[in-house]
Every structure is written in C-alpha cells, then in structure tokens.
Design a protein around this ligand. Sequence first.
Ligand code: FAD
Length: 434
Amino acid sequence: MKLTNDKSCSWINDLPLRTNIKTLSVNQECDWLIIGAGYTGLSVARKLSQLHPSQKIILVDAQLAGEGASSRNSGYLVDTTLNDGFTSNKELENYKKKADIYELGIKAVKKFIKEYQVDCEWNECGKYFASSKSEDQKILLKFSETLSKLGYNHNLLFNNELTKKLGTSFYTVALHTKGGILLHPGKLARAMIDTLPDNVQLFENSPLLDWEKNNDIISCNFNNEKINTKKIIFATNGFLKSLGIKSNYNFPLTLTASMTRPLTDEEFRALGEPNEWGVLPVKPMGATIRMTKDRRILIRNTAEVHDPSKMTQSELDKRSIKQKLGIKKRFPQLPNDIIKSSWSGIVSRTRNSSQIFEKIDDHIFAAGCYNGSGIGVGTLFGEQIAIKASNENSDEINIIESRSKPTWLPPQPFLNIGVKTRLIFERFRSRSDV
Ligand SMILES: Cc1cc2nc3c(=O)[nH]c(=O)nc-3n(C[C@H](O)[C@H](O)[C@H](O)COP(=O)(O)OP(=O)(O)OC[C@H]3O[C@@H](n4cnc5c(N)ncnc54)[C@H](O)[C@@H]3O)c2cc1C
C-alpha cells in the first residue's frame, strides 16, 4: 500500500521540518512492533518503553509519523459529543460510559502535555453545538437534559448573544459545553514524536505490506525488508481494515478540511474581534468550523466513502470550493480568496460508534476507530492497549471494556451501498448547515 497524502495541511505546514527521519533498510527482530505512528501508536510506544525499558520496541509508519489524521484533524479534544454519526445518544447509561472514556482521554492528553511541557495552543474554552435552524432547539434541549443528568456544565445561547461570541449571525441557536478543549493537533502529534523514548526505534515511509503469524512469531513484510516480532500492536485507525484487522467491524471515511490565512486587523474588527471558538454541527453532516487563536478560520464540511490512500489535487480543489461557500455563508463580509490550504484525512468508523480495543490473540492487539473523536481517546487507548498487551490491568481498561463492542458490518458491496445511502440522507438533513 502506498499512502500519498497531499502536502497542504496548514497544521503540518506550521511545524518546523524534521531532519531525523529513518526508513527501514535492513531486516529486524524485536520484542514489540507497533504499526502506525499517530496519537495511538505514539502513545503505545511511550507506554511500552516505560513498562519494558530493556526490550526492543519498533514503531513504523507508512508515511511521516504523526502526519496522518493525527495532524490533520480539527483539534477538538471533546468531553461530550452530540452526533457520533448514525446512532443517537438515547440511552443515558451508554452515553455516560462514552463520556467517561472521553474524560479519561482528556486526562491522558493533559498528563502528557504537563509532563513534557508541551505547547499545543491548549485552550479550555469549551465548544458550541450550533445550528442555523431554530427548530434544532428541540435537539439541543434534549441534549441539555442528558448533560444536566450527568452533571455537565453547559448553557444555551441564541441569536445576538451567539453573534457576539462567534462574529457571525449565521447561527440562531447553540449549546455551549464548558469542558471541551481546542488545540493545535499538529503540535500535539509533533511533541509526541519529539519525546519518544530512546528505546523506541521509529521507521517512517515504511509501509507494512502484509503479515502472518508462524507459531509465536509474527513475520511482517515491508518493501524489501522483514521484521519478525514477538508481539504486534496495530494502531493504523482508518487502515485497520486494509491490514485485515477487525475487517467486519470498521470502515474508513475520508474527510476534507480547509483553513484560511490569518484575518487582517480590519477583517477581524469587522467580525467584532471574537475570542477563539469552535462550533460542531447539530446534525451530523453539517460543518465543523473554528476560529483559531491566530484568527484563521478552519472548516470541515465533507465526509465520504473514498479511496483512503490518496485524493488527487483536482478532487481536493472541488471540495475546497464547498468549503469556500461554507465560509462565505457565515462570513459574507470576508474576501472570496482567503483559503490558504485544503487537505484530506482518514477516520475510522464503526456501526454503533464504539471503538476498537482488542486482544486478537496473545501476540496480536489493536486499538483504533474513534469515530472522529480520537485526540483524547487515541492517546488513552494507545497507553491502555500497551498495558493490556503486557498482561497487566488498570481501572481505565475496566472502564474501556465495560462499553459495548463494535457491531458486525455487512460485506462489500453492501457495506459501501449502505454507508453511501446513509451519507446522502444525512447530507440532505444537514444541507442548511454545510
Ligand atoms: C479532517 C479531520 C478532522 C478531525 N477532527 C477531529 C477532532 O476535532 N477531534 C478529534 O478528537 N478527532 C478528530 N479527527 C479524528 C482524529 O484525527 C483521529 O481519530 C486520530 O488521529 C486517530 O489517531 P490514530 O493514531 O489512531 O490514527 P492516525 O493518526 O490515522 O494514524 C495511523 C497511522 O497509521 C499509518 N499506517 C496506515 N497504514 C499503515 C501501514 N500499512 N503500515 C504502516 N503504517 C500505516 C498511517 O500512515 C498513519 O500515520 C479528525 C480527523 C480528520 C481526518
């Protein structure tokens, strides 16, 4: 498999160029092999190194570490979600289990940034679930009831009050949750790479092509090299399925996003100089939109079934037009040509929005599939799957394993037909807020 990511993600372009990149060039043997160096794989590596300081740990990635979804996301470290896609949050007990996992995820990221003094533009400003349709107030009132029962601090806002906060009169109603955090996803991923312990060897631009288990050893084939390992942890998220991991339980979706240049003083003044904010849609296929600390606007308003290994420039350009229109709808006073970059990224989904945290056998483990909310949960699951793979236990593992497991998905072509039909339906429902 060759991953050809576009080179235009603003979050990645904000970072200094790395110079210490090593590619797999000779055969290796190790105690632990981790496939995928996003938040999950990087956290697995950090934890394994603490647990087994004298063992050989190898981490590989098909592209540059951290430059998959982990640096390409919208930077919401969530405490609660309203839409996980296709399921509703009706059952309070299930919702609480999910929110408990989000809380543990926030704690895991917080601990990491505190321990390593990481600057990732952390802002505990909460987040808005907002809609331009006043009838969506009903959905938000129901959500508010759930949050009140669970003790989450939140409040409802309307029209002018929202315009003042966001600098746009597009939205008529919103629910603000106080617990969410906004951050720079690329800076977080880069910090995880820069602080990798010495007993972790990282090989980049080294895609795993196939693997097999022979007795107690797992043999992995790369372009011209092999790695034989005693234990393997798959942390490839949207690419779990392509490596044959839990294939009937997860599927990839491609998201695209665009970011503007920083607004000028004059443009920013015209919006009323709002503080940094982040809006998530009330209906699943509406736009995620953020005003960053340095006055850039980020918008993500597509999710689709697409070849996860690449998106051509012309395909990306078409999606960028949709994002330009999304910005124009909300900020008609801004010029037309302020989008600086557009990019795509892969997320992994399950049918019932449950994540994958799995011992496949004594030697093979997998964590991933965060349904679009993987900053905190990925960091948490990475650490905890390392503990589980080391035959240890933790309170966190008990909480993670008490949630419902992903449910079975139909085989192709029925899966794609089903997902595409659902996306069309959700796009129609959300059309005013794209
Ligand atoms: C546009 C966008 C917006 C998002 N917004 C948010 C958000 O606001 N908040 C949030 O919490 N989450 C968000 N997400 C989801 C979040 O980014 C992911 O859940 C998270 O990055 C998952 O981390 P990960 O390490 O499991 O996977 P990834 O970051 O995808 O890392 C997996 C790695 O595996 C590597 N890999 C794949 N196949 C192979 C192979 N064969 N051999 C070797 N390596 C391989 C890939 O190159 C990749 O680097 C968003 C995602 C996208 C794309």
